[in-house]
Design a protein around this ligand. Structure first.
Ligand SMILES: C[S@@+](CC[C@H](N)C(=O)[O-])C[C@H]1O[C@@H](n2cnc3c(N)ncnc32)[C@H](O)[C@@H]1O
Length: 311
């Protein structure tokens, strides 16, 4: 496994390269990708006047959702390592339409606290498993919360419950230049938190208590537009930068390759049904900086949450 500094610079370089694709598909990502964050958004239940942190906010869609929930008297602060995405987020969701919204470009792993702290709650969609140093990043999140502040986040489980994710990369790769290195061991990547025990350890060491980790199966519904769906999934995945650098003929072949492998997820005339297996994480910032003696042990669940779990 690469050392922390190498992972951090690899992470920053990857997201800088990926930014153009994420910006280009930001609306599609917000709409089709909404189920990936919805369980955590529901569980967080942001209230008017609260101050909420959105970690790895990308192009800002979830931060805007949080800003709408907390209203004019609250605050929603999106943090993302990728300057270009933060710029796009500011353009998409300006403060004259979203009064409490702010975006900051920063590496959550290396901040002491997020400017604007303390927050009442933190949200994160599909980012924690990508942090180069997840203990450091989650410690920043915990320090940025007021004691007792709550965290709700989603991450992917493993590849077997997210089969669609391999299709765009495997289909496109033969036509593209070199791709980023595949993660090994605990290196950041979509499935680095496949093991819930590791995830629980990271959150506990970072100073969270009342940790719950619950499987959640959702479906992303994409329109029946094979070329557009293939391009979106290639561009927001590991092959995105290589795809954009490729000549148009190679891009077309890459899309055709992805379309072929995505076909098993297509219902003709209805669209694509992309099943995603998530961990829904909830936790509370400990009231002391030395939580281990008082922390409640993490609860790793083996069934999906029910509607009445919130009551
Ligand atoms: C998979 S994307 C998810 C973006 C957004 N949450 C969404 O669901 O559309 C992961 C995001 O995390 C950001 N990211 C990765 N490492 C980060 C770090 N160390 N600090 C802050 N943001 C980071 C990336 O720039 C990227 O926008």
């Amino acid at each position: 496994m690469a050392d922390a500094a190498a992972l951090r610079s690899r992470n920053a370089a990857f997201w800088t390269g990926a930014a153009a694709g994420w910006i280009r598909h930001a609306d599609r990502q917000d709409e089709i990708g909404r189920p990936l964050g919805a369980p955590a958004m529901d569980r967080l239940a942001a209230r008017p006047a609260e101050r909420i942190l959105d970690v790895g906010c990308g192009c800002g869609g979830t931060t805007a959702e949080l800003a709408a929930a907390v209203g004019e008297t609250g605050a929603a602060v999106g943090v993302d390592i990728t300057e270009a995405m933060v710029t796009a987020a500011r353009q998409r969701f300006p403060t004259d339409r979203y009064p409490g919204i702010r975006f900051r470009a920063a590496d959550i792993d290396t901040l002491d606290v997020v400017p604007g702290a303390p927050f009442d709650a933190a949200f994160s969609r599909m980012t924690l498993m990508l942090l180069a140093d997840p203990v450091a990043g989650c410690t920043t999140i915990r320090r940025s919360l007021r004691p007792g502040g709550r965290l709700a986040a989603t991450v992917f489980r493993d590849g077997s419950v997210n089969p669609w994710m391999f299709a765009p990369m495997l289909g496109a790769a033969p036509y593209l230049g070199s791709l980023p290195p595949l993660p090994v061991g605990d290196e950041p990547g979509p499935f680095s938190f496949a093991d819930p025990a590791r995830l629980a350890r990271v959150l506990t060491v970072a100073g969270f208590t009342a940790v719950t980790i619950t499987p959640c199966d959702v479906t992303m519904n994409a329109p029946d537009d094979a070329d557009a769906v293939a391009e979106w999934l290639i561009e927001v995945g590991p092959a995105g930068a290589a795809y954009r650098a490729a000549p148009l003929t190679e891009q077309a072949s890459a899309r055709a390759g992805a379309v072929r492998l995505l076909d098993r997820f297509r219902e003709p005339g209805a669209g694509y049904r992309l099943p995603a297996g998530l961990w829904l994480i909830t936790a509370v910032a400990a009231r002391t900086d030395k939580p281990s003696a008082v922390a409640r042990p993490p609860a790793i669940h083996h069934r999906q949450p029910r509607e009445d779990d919130n009551r």
